[in-house]
Design a protein around this ligand. Structure first.
Ligand SMILES: *Cc1c(COP(=O)(O)O)cnc(C)c1O
Length: 472
């Protein structure tokens, strides 16, 4: 089914464009799933110019760009030679005029190993003029992953670059954040590369206004969580008392930590739960309490991921935990939007270097939320001490349980000693001055850079335009 879907996407996709009268100069393969497009593009070129397949592929290759999105080899789609033969073998022999062996060679490390499966990322690389990962660190990891295809090259020179992802801020900002940015930087702020203008604009916003944005946003999120939980209880047939209780959950004045992700083991969604009693003490500290909002989903086939969700739900069910934490089900973009707008801190704890980029943390930037994250993906290049917090030592430790434990301890320490106090130390006007300073740095320096317009511009300048010129 997967192979048929990818044939439809790649071969069918290219044919669809042709049928619509669209003749693109540049074809951007977003992940290897679409890689068959390079074959169909070459096929239509060989047909139009009466050329053999190899020549047509060489001629069209420069117009293809491949972006890889995974940091683990297991993330690449692979198909057995038998499946390739069954579904696409005739296409190779009848339409491309090449043997099955030559087709398989395009997706193999060793073309003469009959047992090697067909790797879609390898096909994408062989059929593309340039290749990139989605963060600086992921570029480095990808050069390593793809080094088998470049056997005599130093790893640093494997031709894989990077374009770091960015998010579309107008999608993720709250109405209040939009208003603040508009007053500070104008209506067209995200159009065009004007990082200096945006930095200066945000730097001129007084502490009071930034803090007001923060408090209003958390209030909004708390209202939403209460309403959602009450609805959930009512639908589940809970007592009127329980439903009423849900309407008073949380307190908008409390430091709010958000945490939403796909529950995949490499993301370590349970690092914070490593020592449940310590976490409970941290949440329930009467002087400096913390409230936790968690959302997530696991793949239906990922039993381990589902078990991690169960652990959180069991923790939150404990009566002494319940006032301080909530698990929001049905994680989707709408829920992400609510969380990204309302949390004070966005937590991300993947195992380095397996988070290729990670974009959810970028969604809080525009709203004045701060990141507390492993030095992985985008955060490895974004982090500077005065605009957020990092965990980890910037090294890789695989899935070493002892290292996980050490990082969990470090995470608790950081929260207890630095982050929570910074939030609760207030001036005479009730403003946490150091916190607001950090917010301002994060908004001024990170928001304009980790933005979709910067990403699209880099693709255009570094890849699309050169590729278009190259293949004319
Ligand atoms: C942003 C987003 C993601 C991607 O988040 P990562 O941090 O890159 O894993 C996944 N799911 C939803 C619903 C999102 O909004």
């Amino acid at each position: 089914m997967r192979l048929k879907q990818e044939m439809l996407l790649g071969i069918g996709g290219w044919r669809l464009l042709t049928a619509l009268g669209i003749q693109p100069d540049v074809c951007h393969l977003n992940e290897g799933h679409a890689a068959f497009a390079v074959l169909e593009r070459a096929r239509s070129f060989m047909e139009a110019n009466a050329l053999p397949f190899e020549v047509a592929l060489a001629a069209t290759r420069a117009g293809n760009l491949f972006t890889t999105h995974t940091a683990v080899a297991a993330g690449f789609d692979r198909f057995t030679p038998a499946l390739i033969e069954q579904y696409i073998g005739h296409y190779a022999t009848d339409r491309l005029g090449i043997s099955l062996h030559d087709l398989l060679a395009l997706g193999r490390e060793n073309p003469n190993d009959p047992s090697e499966s067909f790797n879609m990322a390898y096909l994408a690389i062989r059929g593309s003029g340039s290749v990139n990962g989605v963060s600086r660190l992921h570029g480095q990891v990808s050069r390593q992953l793809f080094s088998p295809l470049f056997p005599h090259w130093p790893v640093d020179e494997v031709p894989v670059g990077h374009v770091t992802n960015g998010v579309h801020h107008p999608t993720w900002d709250s109405a209040a954040a939009d208003e603040l940015w508009t007053r500070a930087c104008g209506k067209d702020r995200w159009l065009g590369m004007r990082e200096n203008l945006e930095q200066q604009g945000i730097r001129s916003v007084p502490d009071e206004n930034l803090w007001q944005l923060r408090t209003a946003s958390t209030e909004c999120l708390v209202d939403y969580a209460r309403e959602r939980l009450a609805r959930h209880y009512a639908a589940a047939g809970a007592s009127a008392e329980t439903v009423e209780e849900a309407k008073h959950l949380f307190d908008p004045k409390i430091l709010t930590l958000g945490f939403a992700r796909r529950f995949a083991t490499y993301k370590r969604p349970n690092l914070l739960l490593h020592d449940p009693e310590r976490l409970l003490r941290l949440l329930a500290n009467p002087q400096r309490p913390v409230q936790l909002m968690i959302a997530g989903k696991a793949h239906p086939a990922d039993k381990e991921g589902q078990a991690l969700i169960k652990e959180w739900i069991q923790f939150i069910r404990r009566p002494e935990v319940r006032p301080h934490a909530i698990f929001l089900s049905d994680y989707d973009m709408q829920l992400t939007e609510r969380l990204a707008q309302g949390v004070d801190i966005w937590l991300n704890t993947p195992r380095r270097p397996w988070e290729a980029c990670g974009t959810s943390g970028m969604k809080v930037l525009v709203n004045g939320g701060l990141n507390l994250s492993e030095l992985d993906g985008w955060w490895a290049e974004a982090y500077v001490p005065d605009l957020g917090w990092a965990i980890g030592d910037g090294q890789e430790h695989g899935n070493d349980a002892a290292w996980d434990a050490a990082e969990a301890q470090a995470l608790y320490e950081r929260l207890e000693r630095e982050i929570i106090p910074e939030f609760y130390i207030r001036n005479e006007k009730g403003i946490p001055v150091a916190w607001v300073k950090r917010m301002r740095e994060s908004m001024a320096r990170l928001t304009p850079h980790f933005a979709a317009d910067r990403t699209v511009r880099e693709y255009t300048e570094q890849h699309y335009l050169p590729a278009a010129i190259e293949c004319q």
